[in-house]
Design a protein around this ligand. Structure first.
Ligand code: THU
Length: 132
């Protein structure tokens, strides 16, 4: 699958964003090694900290459907600038998907592709857990 298709899927998912508090709509799409695509949007709670980001919605949907190998994630928002994944999502994505490609789209429809590890230097992972 071409990354443009993955970006389009994230843009579609953004439309379902439930973000009445921040008013920031975010969409994400993850691509599995087998070529399947899972999308997600941010979903906010009136108890703000219970909000979930688009990236975690997408990866949790994929994992809950039995997919454990990933190639890339695309992330889009309404902002002019690229929206990078938040710290919590960086950790969760690295845990579940490893060093995948992160594809960002800005308001000018420019694309930026980087490795997840470039957003997460010295990552904590399960190698630090004795009972992994
Ligand atoms: N948000 C995401 O969905 N992904 C990010 O990478 C950054 C932030 C959402 C969470 C919340 O609904 C809103 O953007 C403002 O933080």
């Amino acid at each position: 699958m071409k990354y443009k298709e993955l970006i389009r899927a994230a843009e579609q998912a953004k439309k379902n964003s439930f973000s009445p508090y921040s008013k920031l709509r975010v969409g994400a799409a993850v691509l599995t090694k087998s070529g399947k695509l899972f999308t997600g949007c941010n979903i906010e709670s009136s108890s703000y900290s219970l909000t979930i980001c688009a990236e975690r919605t997408a990866i949790f949907k994929a994992v809950s459907e039995g997919y454990r190998e990933f190639i890339a994630i695309s992330i889009v928002s309404d902002l002019k600038e690229y929206i990078p994944p938040c710290g919590a999502c960086r950790q969760v994505l690295f845990d579940l998907a490893g060093d995948i490609d992160v594809i960002l789209l800005n308001g000018k429809k420019e694309i930026k592709i980087s490795k997840l590890s470039s957003y997460l230097p010295m990552p904590f992972n399960n190698s630090f857990l004795k009972n992994k």
